[in-house]
Design a protein around this ligand. Sequence first.
Ligand SMILES: *Cc1c(COP(=O)(O)O)cnc(C)c1O
Length: 345
Amino acid sequence: MSSITKLVRPNIAALSPYSTARDEYGGPIGIFMDANESPYQNGYNRYPHPDQQAQIKARLGAIKGVPAANIFLGNGSDEAIDLIFRIFCVPGKDNAVIMTPSYGMYGVAAAINDIAVRPVQLGSDFSLDTCALLKACDEDTKVIFLCSPNNPSGNAFPQEQLLDICNRFGGIVVVDEAYVDFSGKGSLAHEAVRRDNLIVLQTLSKARAMAGLRVGMAISSEEIIRLMSMVKYPYNLSRAAMEKALEFLGQDIDTKVDTIIKERARLTAELPRYSFVKKVFPSDANFLLVKVDDANALYSYLLEKGIIVRNRSRVTGCEGCIRVTVGLPEENDALILALNNYERV
Ligand SMILES: *Cc1c(COP(=O)(O)O)cnc(C)c1O
């Protein structure tokens, strides 16, 4: 029994997954009388074919430099987050340690699954204290959730620190890399393939511009990927989403990502010039966390101008802060123009 098998919920370890007749018959054509679908062809009358996920995994594997067998595809990475709780955490008993402030879905998915959350506050510069993190763990802590680059603070953590946490913690470590394409600090995807307790989450929703398709991924050991594939809904991604995703994965994103990184640098340099801006936190992502003297007032002002930013001022550790996504160059110009006028109000 591998050390990971011991972490799996007993009911999941004993699960025999739903299997479809279509999994057993791999051919693309035939007379399909197995799944109660409509026989009238319109492109979508059939359930998704297993080959579609296989094609996307092969493509993503080539892009990320990891084997397809180490990739799980989810209905957004949000699905992967939920599955991790369902596979490893016994409701009402186990707990998860989550750094805070961070992505809200970890806590929401934990609450839905009746898993207690132990928050560990990041430093005032959003640095991560490994000792505090490990001290928050007990024998019922099955998962630690880390996010790098972190949402909403924008900073990525040193890879050595994240790997040190993997080495020292006996449970599952999740590193959410939704914004990794904007970061110069690199990905832990290769490490996730060769270790037994690391799950890296990535998504097509951010740099790859497919938020509307809902496709996310987990990269991990083959054993963990097998567990996730067993627990997911059989047809978790739609035919339409997978067709589009495969098409868009053929497009190069480098120029767009470069532009966003340049625009991030421009806003990082411009924003501190305003008297009402107290701090622009350094960002490895496609957004900036900005501390201002009256976040609620600025948020309402921008809303009135038709510019929607995220008011994070009620989040512990983000007091006085708004989070601004880097837009197109002309959209960032519009933000700057609005801020010029705000200064004069
Ligand atoms: C946006 C975001 C995601 C993406 O979630 P999807 O369900 O894949 O769209 C995941 N993690 C973090 C931290 C995010 O900010």
